[in-house]
Design a protein around this ligand. Sequence first.
Ligand code: DGY
Length: 317
Amino acid sequence: MRIVVTRALPPATLAPLTELGELWVSPHDRPLTAEELCAAVAGADAIVTMLNDRIDESVLTAAGSQLRVVANTAVGYDNLDVPAIARHGAVATNTPGVLVDATADLTMALLLDVTRRVTEGDRLVRSGEAWSWDIGFMLGAGLQQKQLGIIGMGHIGRAVAQRAAAFGMSIVYHARREHDGDTGRRVALDELLATSDVVSLHCPLTADTRHLIDASALRRMKAGSYLVNTARGPIVDENALVEALAGGVIAGAALDVYEYEPDVHPGLRTLPNAVLAPHLGSATVETRTRMAELAVENVVQTLTGGGPITPIAVPSR
Ligand code: DGY
């Protein structure tokens, strides 16, 4: 068996793969180029991918008909052409569940940062500029009795709802289906945008959600509200967001993901009311290790006949 891992994973997590056959791990400290990816996967029975590897027809053809599994080391899988993987006789897997808490924690960190201007204050202190406490100095927005609007109420959305409720926020959400329990009230997107003090994105990137937050959606958001995105960059039209932030249409945005990641819109970098993190949602030692372990388990289970642990359903077209 030949197993290809497109970027280094914690070495201990790779041990089960070495027992299966020939293991190739990319030696590069960067994503593979499309050409490098096609060359690397030739003859692979399994490919362990990262969220920045695009797995499409050309990569699958380059891999060959023996390919059995594409194991994404991420819960999001907008980088995989899942129907094409199925057509090529392989299964696609992802890493759901293991990064819920880490991503929800990071969402709250960004939410608090942008509403309380932590990074903006950090920049001020580091600049050496004179400052002193006064009653109106660098005021932000409190969260208590404010409303959080969650778009996409999967595991991460619900974990954010629990945390935000503990901070005294009320929750509304927009999702395809109703959720039982006390995780908030399901509302239409328009109501969520118009009434929420903070809007947080937790939906997958699909054809339906690409640019869901465009100029029109931003205009429909409540005056003085904030946007947090720890889901996928292209859900937000970054040009429109820069204009909305610069023009005071919304008060601020905290982003962990970018439309053209890893490139960041130059306008965002200069806006004081934008908090910018480099895709850190799942970035804890424990979570990243568990993600790697689950991706590897999916390969082992598939190649040894047990069946993948977390297969991605092939969408019906
Ligand atoms: C995921 O798993 O989709 C996350 O974006 C990784 O941080």
